[in-house]
Each structure stands twice: as structure tokens, then as C-alpha cells.
Design a protein around this ligand. Structure first.
Ligand code: CS2
Ligand code: MN
Length: 386
């Protein structure tokens, strides 16, 4: 595997030098300052790449080139937005980028309800509780029809939870869920979020799948010609939230996408943390079966909890069978003679980072620990395999 770390650009509190010292050889990054949908200019890409190179690292994987909402909803702007997406791909290829990550989740990217959940050892993890999400949805957002999205027990627990929260806790929950986590392109206020949800009123899962296929059918020929792999990041969490469809949550979803758009450039960013929330996703099996489509790996683990909750576990702990996953990746790399870029996707906030301002999930020390463990695991498996 090619060891990378995510870097949020010049404003990231984690410096390139630190990423290099952590042992990564490349960063994955994006022009976060460019508004959604706008073209990434060649000069700007080249300048960012030069900055990364000057620090002794490389940049070959983009995370993410965001897909504008107008593409997901097939708005009248669709043709223009597709042309702009293709132009960005062309500019990226000219600067030596060969993998471009995106996701197709409506409105929200990854979603959590607690950004600083204390673990027994004092480190902090990201956590998702369905009951807390429902409390926000039902009683703070007050989304019409929200009650239909949850079973009776969850609604009752959410009502109780809401009643125990003071005003500050309610605002904090609202901020955590919709203000925009690092890497997501948009943040909302609750009224704006409600209006945005309305734009999906006529878009069910089947329609969103069609829109995803239409997007790929339009951009993959360009990506094929440029030698770029477009890799879709799965839904996080991998089920519908706020009544919005999510269509990249299971192996069947992903296999269906490859069947409908067979182009070579149509690929996957296999995120074990996102997919691993569902017990019915067989992660090592997905590496085996989807292998040649995998262009990028996000390696982390989650611990599933009762009542639809989960938290982010240590990279080699939790529910993801990480040794089996990395063993499958090793077999794939040998079979295809390639080194697949990977990154530790999130890490615990720990040690000196507990006292620092950090991007939730993206503090340095927890990711450095994760990267070191994953690197050691791969090295050991490769040695054992001869
Ligand atoms: C990332 C996602 O932080 C994360 O969980 O894996 O934000 C990812 O970058 C996007 O979904 C990809 O478009
Ligand atoms: Mn991920």
C-alpha cells in the first residue's frame, strides 16, 4: 500500500512536515477554497502540488472533487456542471493526479452526533447515536414526517433524550450534525437544512441511483481518456438519514454501479469505517470481489453498539477484521502488481492533541498511531506470505 495522510491545505493545523515525520509518503488533498461546482484551475493545482513536493511528499490522490447538488438532483444546471467537472478532471490529469475521490450523498457528507466521546483511556473518539440523531430530527429540526423515519422505541428514547438536554446541549447537537465536518463542503443552519431537504422531495433511492449513473456515464469517458480513476466514497453512515436516500451503502449497491457503468475509470474508495457500520458488509470479501475497481483505501474500524449507535475504534480493534482486510489487500496488490494508496481515515484525539485545536477526526497523533499499526500489519503479513 502507498501510505498517505489527508491534508486540508495551508490552513490545516497539521503541517506537511508532521505528515512526513509520521511516515506517509504522500498526502491526499483538495482545493478546499474553490466553491462547489467551480472549475479547479490548472495553475492552482500545480501550485498546490509544488507546495507538497517542496515538503518531500507527493500528491496524486484528490479527496474530494465534490459533486455539486445540482448534479445529484439533475437540476437545469446539469450540463454546465458536468462540463465543469470534466474540465477539472482534465486540469488535474495535466498535473499528474491519477485518483479522484467523490461521494454521492445528498446534502450531508459524513455525519456524527458526538465529536469528543471519551474512551476509557481518556482519548476521544467520534460517535454516532441514532437516538441523538432522532432527537435532533424530531424536536430541533422538526422535519415534517420525521417520525416515519424511526421505530417507536427510537422515537420514545429520542423524546426522553431531548427532555434531558439543556439549551446549550441542544445547540451543540445541532452544530455537530449539520454545521459541516472537515472535508464536507457545506454546513447548514436548521432552517436552511430543512429547505435543502425539500429539494429532494421527489428523489427516492431509485431516482438517486439513476442520477448517479447519469453522472458517471457523462464523466467516465473523459476520465478513461485521461487515465484518471474516479473513486466513489461510500455513505457514512451507510443508511438513509433525514429521509434522504443513500445509495452507496452495500456491496450490492456498489456492484450494481459497476454493472451499469462498466467504464474502467468507474472505481471505489473502499472505506472500511463507513461500510463497516453494517454487520452485513463483508469487508475482506469486498476487497476480494471488487478488487480491480478499488483505487483508494480508507482504513479504520468502528465498534457497533446497541440501538443503532457506533463509535470509531482503534484501527486494529473494533468490528472491522483489519488483519483479514489488509491480508486481502496484500493479495490484491500482488495479483495486480500495484501499490494501492491508503490512508488511516480518522484517528482518536489523544496525548498532546487533547489540548490542541484540531479538525475532528483529523488530529495528528491518533492518525499517526493508526498509520504505524497498519504499516506494521502489512509488513508482517507480507513477510509471512513470503
Ligand atoms: C471522509 C469523507 O472524513 C471522512 O469520513 O472519508 O469526508 C470523504 O472524504 C468524502 O465522503 C469523500 O467524498
Ligand atoms: Mn472514509
Amino acid at each position: 500500500m502507498t501510505q498517505t495522510m489527508r491534508w486540508f491545505g495551508p490552513n490545516d493545523p497539521v503541517q506537511l512536515r508532521a505528515i512526513r515525520q509520521a511516515g506517509a509518503t504522500e498526502v491526499v488533498t483538495a482545493l478546499h477554497e474553490v466553491p462547489n461546482g467551480a472549475v479547479w484551475e490548472r495553475d492552482a493545482i500545480a501550485a498546490r502540488k509544488a507546495m507538497v513536493r517542496a515538503a518531500g511528499l507527493d500528491w496524486r490522490v484528490v479527496e474530494s472533487l465534490p459533486v455539486d447538488e445540482g448534479i445529484k438532483t439533475r437540476s437545469p444546471e446539469w450540463d454546465r456542471l458536468i462540463a465543469q467537472y470534466c474540465q477539472s478532471l482534465t486540469n488535474l490529469a495535466a498535473c499528474g493526479i491519477d485518483v479522484v475521490t467523490y461521494n454521492f450523498m445528498p446534502l450531508l457528507d459524513w455525519t456524527r452526533t458526538d465529536l469528543g466521546w471519551e474512551l476509557p483511556d481518556g482519548a476521544r473518539a467520534l460517535r454516532f447515536e441514532l437516538v441523538a440523531l432522532a432527537a435532533y430530527d424530531l424536536f430541533i429540526l422538526q422535519r415534517p414526517g420525521a417520525a416515519e423515519s424511526y421505530d417507536a422505541a427510537t422515537c420514545a428514547a429520542a423524546e426522553q433524550r431531548y427532555a434531558t438536554m439543556d439549551e446549550a446541549a441542544r445547540r451543540e447537537l445541532e452544530r455537530t450534525i449539520i454545521a459541516g465536518l472537515p472535508g464536507s463542503e457545506e454546513g447548514f443552519t436548521s432552517p436552511a437544512f430543512l429547505r435543502a431537504i425539500e429539494t429532494y422531495a421527489d428523489i427516492d433511492a431509485a431516482t438517486l441511483r439513476d442520477h448517479h449513473v447519469a453522472f458517471l456515464a457523462a464523466v467516465c469517458p473523459t476520465a478513461d481518456a485521461l487515465g484518471i480513476r474516479l473513486v466513489v466514497h461510500p455513505d457514512d453512515p451507510p443508511f438513509p438519514i433525514f429521509g434522504l436516500p443513500r445509495v452507496v451503502s452495500t456491496e450490492a449497491d456498489i456492484a450494481n454501479l459497476f454493472a451499469r457503468v462498466p467504464n474502467r475509470s468507474n472505481g471505489l474508495c473502499l472505506c472500511t469505517g463507513s461500510l463497516g457500520v453494517r454487520a452485513d458488509n463483508d469487508l475482506p470479501g469486498m476487497v476480494d470481489r471488487l478488487g480491480d475497481r478499488i483505487g483508494f483505501l480508507h482504513l479504520r474500524s468502528v465498534q457497533r453498539e446497541p440501538d443503532g449507535a457506533f463509535h470509531e475504534a482503534e484501527h486494529l480493534g473494533g468490528d472491522a477484521a483489519m488483519a483479514a482486510i489488509v491480508a486481502a489487500v496484500h493479495r490484491l496488490s500482488v495479483r495486480e502488481h500495484r501499490s494501492i494508496p491508503m490512508r488511516p481515515d480518522h484517528g482518536h484525539q489523544m496525548l498532546d492533541d487533547l489540548a490542541r485545536i484540531t479538525n475532528p477526526g483529523y488530529s495528528l497523533l491518533g492518525r499517526m498511531r493508526g498509520l504505524a499499526e497498519l504499516r506494521g500489519l502489512e509488513r508482517g503479513l507480507a513477510y509471512a506470505a513470503g
